[in-house]
Structure formats: C-alpha cells, structure tokens
Design a protein around this ligand. Structure first.
Ligand code: ACO
Length: 389
C-alpha cells in the first residue's frame, strides 16, 4: 500500500462543473428535451401538440398524474381547482400590508410561505397531502397575483369566477373582463409552454429543498426566489424593459452593438440547454404574431418591428437565438399586464412542474449535497487573541 506521504501526488484534481453544466444528477419521468429533434415533451407528449389541443388544466393534470385526464377526471379536477381559488381574509390582509415598493415576486414568495404557516398539514409529506397542497397553490396563486396587480393600480380586488377556466378567470380577476378567445388562447399557450422544463434552476432549487425532507411550501418558496432572477424567469420582464429602452426599431442594431461591446447580457436570448434555438419559441412566436396581427395599432406595430429587428441582429451578429421569455414578455405586454406581473405569471404555470418534481424527488429521495474543490487558505494557526480590558 502507498504510504500516506506519497498518496496526495497520486490523487487527480477533481473535475469542476461550474454551474453544474452538463452534469446529470438524477432521472426524471416528467419531461425531456430531445436534442435530435429539438423538441420538448411532457410525459412523452410533444409540448406543441399539448399547446395546440389541450387546456392548461389538462397539462397540469398530466404533469402531476402522468396521464391526460378523461372527461370525468377533468371535470372533478376543475371543480376542485375552482373551489380553492378564493383567498381568506388573513391572506388578503397580508397582501395589503406589503409595501408597494416590493416586487410582485416578493409578494408571491411571501404568500406561499404564509400558506405554509397557516396549513396544519405543512409538514405532512405524504403523496395525498402534497397533491392537495399543489392544487391549493395552483388555484390560489393567480388570485394573489391579480389582487396585487389591482392594488398597485389603486383598485379593489375582484374575486374569482368559478364558471371560468384557469386562463379566463385570471383575466377576469385582473381586469374585470375576459378578452377575445384568441387572446385567452395565446395566454393559455404561454402557460402550457412555461409549465415544465426538467432540472432548470428553480425546479432544481425545489428538489434540493425537498431532498432534505423539508415541506412543499418551503420548496416552492425557494423556487420562487430562484425564478425571480433575470438569468431565469425574471428575463421575461427584463425583455420588456430592454425593448422600452431601445424604443426605435431603427436603433436595434446600433443598440445591440453597444450592449455587446459593454458585455451586457441580452435578455431573452441564449439558453443553457438549447444552443440552436429554444424548442418552445416557434409556438409562442406564432401566438404572438396572431396577437400583433389582430391589433392594427401603430404602437403594436412598432414593438413587433423592434422585436423582430433585435432578434435578427442578435442571431446574425452572435448566432444566439431567442428563448421563450423573448416572445412571452412582449405577448404579456400586449395583453395588458403590467411588466412586474410577467414573472409571477410564469410562477402560476411553473407551479405545476415544481410540484411534480417535488413529488418525484420524494419517490426516490437522496439528499442533494455536492462537493466543492477548496482553494482557500491552507490550514493556519489562529493568532493569539487580543486581550480585552
Ligand atoms: N447575451 C449576450 N451574450 C450571451 C447571451 C446573451 N443573452 N447568452 C449567452 N451569451 C454568450 C456568453 O456571453 C458566452 O460568451 P463567451 O463564451 O464569449 O463568454 C456564451 O454566449 C455562452 O454563454 P453562457 O452564459 O456561458 O451560457 P449559459 O448556458 O451559462 O447561460 C443563460 C445561459 C444564463 C440563459 C444566458 O444565455 C443568459 O444570460 N441569457 C440572458 C438571460 C435570459 O434570457 N434568461 C432566460 C433563460 S430561459 C428561461 O428561464 C425560461
């Protein structure tokens, strides 16, 4: 056996995967990106087919249960979701106490944490309890987002309407009206596309928290924090701020050259998994194009022209393609939502994927605890303490 004195030289330096890039940490049955065809599937179904033919509620059911619902299962699921939408008085009071200066993602994060604190089954991690909590969050989060947007506009909240579907009801709670079916459809497509994306940063965050056997609300609270960042879900808001900053479509190329020269990240472009274009973009872009073509408004034309010009400039200059946030951000603006609500809408959808992953993590749990290669000080003596008088 080698002596302990010679052992260190025979140890090879650990390979470091900064950002966990390229690291496969576990298996999942929920979704996958098929690189060869550049397509995303949920439980084996192509996301573009789900977006074209199924409602967001059916997609939520699919992600949680592994199969699409039959008509009776869907009716029961919708009835339960609709009954859970209203907020109790303590939650509404909590919302009014939060400062207007905080971001709506902070409101959502606080609300989920509060739901956990109020739930006597918070620490019950059984499948049945977690399914019930997941449905509660799916039902209540839109009510929180809508009430918060109205409060910021100086308006009283509008309660949910149990006669309306998930997407329609959200418009109703935000604006008091439901737009034309084409607009609702575009919104619903965005919800389906945002619902799930394997081990992305926020989902992985939820799995890390779950792996310690913490509760579902804690995992979702942490996931909301991860999604808020502009490199992840916060990008859909950042896209709109960027388009507003550029303003004139004629400026897109020059603006991009300056931004790239100063090493700025261009929001809504690039992706860790897709290097030749995000598989979800063509579907969302088509839905956005339909919104633009029905508007017949010079302001909408300007934004659509700018959006196309920047995309063209980025692809030709850098070969970096837009991600889902690029088209979803502009679509949400055209639907009338305030910019800070864009990432909370992402939460309303991704809550389905997060909670599917929480359940899956618990089904074959292993504590997630990676290693680090230490490059700090060598071990050194603690200096003698300075004597205190
Ligand atoms: N703008 C400018 N340059 C970019 C961009 C971008 N949006 N994306 C990638 N690049 C460049 C990088 O600067 C880097 O160049 P270099 O090799 O010369 O240093 C190269 O492309 C590789 O990029 P990385 O940042 O190493 O790729 P990574 O996989 O780590 O990053 C990320 C992916 C974070 C999404 C990145 O593309 C980015 O910051 N995009 C903007 C934010 C964004 O849109 N996020 C939404 C992601 S999708 C979602 O959450 C739904």
């Amino acid at each position: 056996a080698p002596s302990s004195a010679t052992a260190p030289s025979s140890v090879t330096a650990p390979e470091i995967h900064r950002g966990l890039a390229g690291v496969v940490v576990d298996t999942t049955e929920i979704s996958t990106v098929i690189q060869e065809t550049n397509s995303l599937t949920y439980r084996g179904y192509a996301v573009q087919d789900l977006a074209a033919h199924r409602s967001f509620e059916e997609v939520a059911y699919l992600l949680w249960h592994g199969e699409l619902p039959d008509p009776a299962q869907l009716a029961a699921f919708q009835a339960r979701e609709r009954a859970l939408r209203p907020l109790d008085r303590s939650t509404l009071e909590l919302l009014t106490r939060l400062p207007d200066t905080c971001h709506p993602m902070d409101v959502l994060r606080t609300a989920v944490s509060f739901f956990g604190a109020e739930d006597p089954l918070e620490d019950d991690g059984t499948l049945a309890a977690n399914r019930a909590k997941s449905l509660t969050l799916l039902a209540k989060l839109p009510t929180v987002v809508a009430a918060d947007q109205r409060r910021r506009r100086g308006l009283a909240p509008i309660g949910p309407d149990p006669e309306l579907g998930y997407a329609e009801n959200f418009f109703h709670m935000c604006f008091g009206t439901v737009p034309e079916p084409e607009v609702v459809r575009c919104f619903e497509i965005s919800l389906t596309l945002y619902a799930e994306h394997s081990f992305n940063a926020s989902t992985f965050t939820a799995r890390v928290v779950t792996s310690t056997l913490s509760d579902l609300y804690s995992a979702v609270t942490a996931a909301i924090g991860a999604l808020k960042g502009p490199l992840h879900g916060g990008a859909n808001e950042a896209v709109m701020h960027m388009l507003n900053e550029i303003g004139d479509p004629q400026r897109a190329g020059d603006w991009l050259d300056e931004a790239l020269a100063s090493k700025r990240k261009i929001m809504g472009f690039g992706h860790r998994v897709y290097k030749h274009g995000d598989s979800r973009v063509p579907i969302m872009q088509e839905a956005l194009d339909r919104l633009v073509s029905r508007a017949a408004d010079p302001e909408v034309t300007r934004l659509a022209t700018l959006h196309a010009a920047l995309r063209h400039a980025m692809v030709t200059r850098k070969g970096i393609h837009p991600n889902l946030d690029y088209s979803a951000g502009l679509a949400y603006h055209l639907m009338g939502f305030d910019i800070p609500v864009f990432t909370p809408i992402f939460v309303m959808s991704r809550i389905t994927g997060w909670t599917a992953h929480i359940t899956e993590q618990l089904s074959h749990n292993a504590l997630i605890r990676p290693l680090a290669s230490y490059d700090g000080h060598e071990q050194r003596p603690v200096p003698a303490a300075v004597s205190r008088v």
